[in-house]
Design a protein. Structure first.
Lengths: 131, 803
């Protein structure tokens, strides 16, 4: 998460994102996938860095450390429904396959029953230019 | 040559015989067994009862082993007399056999308490394969079982029968379950665990009589209470079978008295196993008996020297999810320090008794992971002074590799067979062992109670560079159980949702592999009467359409038997235009695919189509392909279209382990290509062939003939029987062609079309139940899950605040 000014965007009622599922949200010109992990929410870019698959529609899974397969679950991840890329929901890092790519992550909070996501102002501007 | 005769073909006798064979000997060997089965692992009968193993899986030595080793095997012959003066024994069949040396390995039998009506039908002891088979014949869903005796065997029988669907009550004479191994606190913990499994436990109750006419109908307790029962198991303890030896004039007490060399009072007669009494102790557990066998083998082959010094008694309960271990002393006694740990919340109780810095005994409930370590301390009388501060808590070890590395080489890994870690590693290296089967064969480790299998496998994995995994695979790391095991868990623990299974038996989160699999298992075990968890399903099953590489979806309406109408075709054409289908394609399954539909349009297109879902996106019933059959075809001999439509109606909307494609063809020319379908009906003059397990995908496989029947209704029933059997026994993602090869068509026939009428009814009833609870997935359009199909838009942006 880059430092600097951020906009907290009110997104939707928390009941609209069922537990252990994700939903994609259009926040101005960004598409963000928000996941309900039961005790908290997580948000990452909605498109899989592989072929643009809809990450919000992936199955939420556990991520084991230190290597991919053994040890206790240390964080949550989502598996892209198209080709099975696995992306860490906290860091945005691609866990499977072994490529050094990451997607953007966003801070999320719930305020009075409404899910809010923090979109950095700078990031948004950059994106706008790119578009 | 000397004549060596062994009376008793059980585990102890044969294990001793194996040891004799490994010595140089000059015996002609004959072995008598009063059971008609070859040697099998009696300890594992409880897992046969619970369905974890098949009867033939617990055979230790088959008939060919006896032949190969030149041993005369006499099965089904009970010895009724031994004459030590003439050195002969007489069989029930009148045969007389001479011996030079004689080994009693007569084992033990169930103690039958003085209860009226004990000889009624459906009353069993739990000692032999015949007992187990008898119980399995009577047991079944809805049957009421009463177990008399809450010891090790009684509890294992209780669990086994419960897994078979019985309502089980355990009646125990004293207040503490397993009172020969547990103190009262441990007994209470155990009781809670058994009750949590759904087994009723009544302690401090005496059984007075078994009531009923011919078959048992109820158990009457001494206070007058009656418990209805369809099956009763007597598990009130065992008694050494010493009568025969006693009548022959050999010194006996509770058992046949043996010295440290396993010699009896007669110099030509020896004894081994549960029939013996050594230093005043009798035995009911296997490990010391193998030790006895080694000693006796040395003595009898002229290598007299090794001695049997007795063992601290140890017991492990083999009930999944209920871990109980006890060894040595178990009651608090003056002079012994009691080191205790208790956590009622998680059901863990551990107690060590320490005397003079030596372990005198231990009791573990709920967590037996340290049992080998304690057993080792007991056996070696290890000095615990330096360990006093962390007797109950070893250093936490997170990964399996290092926990195996922590075991000293001298520690016994397999308590039953007395195999140390060092020995296993040595043998792995010497013989180049790569599989568990080979390891078992070479070391005998893990062939007793099997509880060390995990450690042995871990060792093999750590030591053998090219370890080959085998056997029942676990579903995945998140829920490390085989699918068969999981079905049992889901059923007996009454788990109705994926999340419950993950939370109780897994890591609480799961993954993309186990969650869809568990979704399937929960659905099929409860015949659809479960709590559906959409988050555990692949996206296709959440939106009832097949996701494509650009994120759009493919929509295929159901067109039963590949038969449609002009009106349907018009609606399909209109819908394709209205929702801008990128491509309209006729599929290989006689249906029409609308490709490139947006997720948000799905509920609307379903409504416009007005046709049910074709389930083309899921592991479920796809379609029934048909030819035109007698309706139009000049060669048709059966009505393929009507039969196909009917078959599709009866099965549609159901999930299967993998996609299931069916076909019905009206004559042997097979225009519908049904011999490469999962289930196919081939019409013939006056009959139908039902074929299963065909494939025309990655592999091409011709379907096997399941049965030939006369009427269409019989053909449909055969197809339904196979279908439900596949649902209940196929592993998730296992196509019928793998399933049929794995089980073999013979076994499948026996369980379906050749099954007893009652079994067939039960199978079909479960299918009917599932069918009744299923529905067309596209009806979701009427009440869609909120936000499933629509893109969420952020709320009014002006409310955003800059921080």
């Amino acid at each position: 998460m880059s430092a600097g000014a951020i906009n907290w965007i009110r997104v939707t009622g928390e009941e609209n994102i069922p537990v252990r599922e994700g939903r994609s949200v259009q926040v101005r010109d960004c598409e963000i996938a928000i996941f309900n992990l039961g005790d908290r929410f997580a948000a990452i870019d909605a498109a899989c860095p592989h072929r643009g698959g809809p990450l919000c529609d992936g199955i939420v899974t556990g991520n084991r450390a230190p290597s991919l397969d053994c040890g206790p679950v240390v964080s949550h991840a989502v598996v892209c429904p198209l080709h099975g890329w696995k992306i860490d929901l906290q860091t945005g890092e691609v866990l499977k396959p072994d490529v050094s790519v990451r997607v953007d992550t966003y801070e999320v909070r719930v305020s009075e029953g409404v899910v809010e996501v923090a979109v950095p102002v700078a990031a948004r501007r950059r994106r706008k230019r790119a578009a | 040559m000397e004549e060596l005769v062994i009376i008793g073909n059980g585990m102890a006798g044969v294990a001793c015989l194996e040891n004799i064979l490994s010595h140089k000997h000059k015996f002609d060997i004959t072995i008598f067994g009063d059971e008609t089965h070859a040697n099998y692992n009696r300890i594992l009968l409880s897992s046969v009862l619970a369905g974890e193993r098949e009867a033939d899986e617990i055979t230790i030595n088959g008939i060919d082993w006896y032949q190969k080793n030149g041993i005369g095997l006499r099965l089904g012959v009970r010895i009724i007399d031994v004459n030590t003066r003439l050195r002969t024994l007489t069989g029930e069949d009148g045969s007389v056999t001479r011996y030079d040396k004689l080994i009693f390995a007569t084992g033990s039998s169930a103690f039958i308490p003085p209860v009226d009506g004990i000889y009624r039908r459906n009353v069993f002891t739990f000692r032999s394969m015949d007992d187990t088979n008898g119980m399995l014949r009577v047991a079944g869903p809805g049957k009421r079982a009463v177990i008399i005796g809450g010891g090790l065997l009684g509890l294992e029988a209780a669990r086994g029968l419960q897994v078979r669907g019985c309502d089980v009550t355990v009646v125990h004479l004293v207040d503490t379950l397993m009172n020969f191994q547990l103190d009262s606190t441990a007994g209470d913990y155990l009781r809670q665990k058994m009750e949590a499994l759904g087994i009723r436990v009544m302690t401090g109750r005496r059984t007075k009589a078994l009531l009923g006419r011919d078959e048992v109908e109820a158990v009457e307790l001494s206070d007058g209470e009656r418990i209805p029962a369809d099956v009763v198991v007597i598990a009130a303890g065992i008694r050494a079978n010493a009568d025969l030896a006693c009548r022959a004039g050999i010194q006996c007490n509770r058992g046949i008295i043996v010295n440290d060399y396993m010699e009896t009072s007669d110099p030509r007669v020896f004894a081994v196993g549960e029939c013996t009494e050594h230093r005043g102790e009798t035995f009911g557990l296997v490990a010391p008996l193998f030790d006895q066998g080694k000693v006796l083998a040395a003595t009898i082959t002229g290598n007299r020297g090794p001695v049997f010094e007795g063992w601290a008694p140890a017991a492990k309960l083999k009930v999944m999810g209920v871990e109980v271990f006890s060894a040595g002393e178990f009651l608090d006694t003056p002079g012994a320090d009691v080191v205790r740990y208790e956590d009622p919340g998680s059901g863990v109780y551990k107690k060590l008794l320490v005397r003079n810095n030596r372990l005198a005994g231990c009791v573990l409930v709920g967590d037996t992971s340290d049992s080998n370590r304690y057993m080792d301390w007991l056996r070696t009388s290890a000095d615990l002074e330096v360990r006093r501060r962390n007797l109950l808590f070893p250093e936490p070890v997170s990964d399996k590799g290092s926990s195996i590395a922590e075991i000293p080489d001298s520690e016994t890994v397999c308590g039953c067979m007395g195999v140390t870690k060092g020995k296993i590693i040595q043998v792995i290296h010497e013989r180049g062992i790569r599989t568990m089967a080979h390891l078992k064969e070479c070391t005998r480790a893990s062939t007793g109670c099997g509880s060390c299998a995990g450690t042995c496998e871990g060792l093999l994995k750590a030591v053998a560079p090219d370890f080959v995994e085998e056997g029942k695979k676990v579903l995945c790391k998140c829920v490390p159980f085989s699918q068969d095991n999981l079905r049992e868990i889901i059923f007996t623990q009454k788990l109705k949702s994926v999340q419950e299974v993950l939370e109780i038996y897994g890591d609480g989160i799961g993954c993309e592999i186990c969650k869809p699999a568990l979704s399937y298992l929960v659905d099929v075990v409860w015949c659809g009467d479960h709590e559906e968890d959409r988050s555990a399903r692949f996206i296709n099953d959440r939106v009832h359409a097949n996701i494509q590489n650009d994120g759009t979806f493919s929509v295929i309406p159901r067109m039963r038997g590949g038969i449609t109408t002009p009106a349907e075709l018009r609606r399909i054409a209109d819908a394709a235009e209205k929702y801008k289908a990128k491509t309209v394609k006729v599929t290989g399954s006689q249906r029409i695919d609308l490709l490139g539909i947006k997720k948000s349009d799905l509920p609307a297109i379903w409504a416009d189509l007005g046709m049910p879902s074709g389930q083309a996106y899921t592991k479920g019933v796809r379609m029934v392909k048909t030819c035109v059959g007698t309706e139009f075809c000049r060669f048709g001999v059966q009505d393929a279209m009507a039969t196909g439509i009917e078959l599709e109606r009866r099965l549609e909307n159901l999930y299967t382990p993998h996609k299931t494609k069916l076909g019905v063809t009206g004559c042997p020319r097979n225009c519908a290509e049904v011999t490469v379908k999962d289930i196919g009906l081939v019409g013939q003059e006056g009959s139908w062939q039902v074929v299963v397990g065909g494939a025309a995908g990655k592999h091409v496989r011709k379907a096997d003939l399941l049965i030939t029947v006369e009427t269409t209704e019989e053909a449909l029933e055969a197809a339904l029987l196979f279908f439900q059997y596949y649902r209940e026994h196929g592993n998730y993602l296992e196509r019928t062609y793998d399933f049929v090869e794995r089980l073999g068509i013979e076994k499948i026939r026996k369980a379906t079309v050749y099954a007893q009428p009652k079994e067939k009814r039960v199978l079909l009833r479960r299918l009917q139940k599932a069918k009744a609870l299923s529905k067309d997935a596209w009806l979701d359009r009427k009440n869609p899950t909120p936000t499933q199909f629509v893109q969420i838009e952020a709320m009014r942006p002006m409310e955003a605040t800059i921080q």
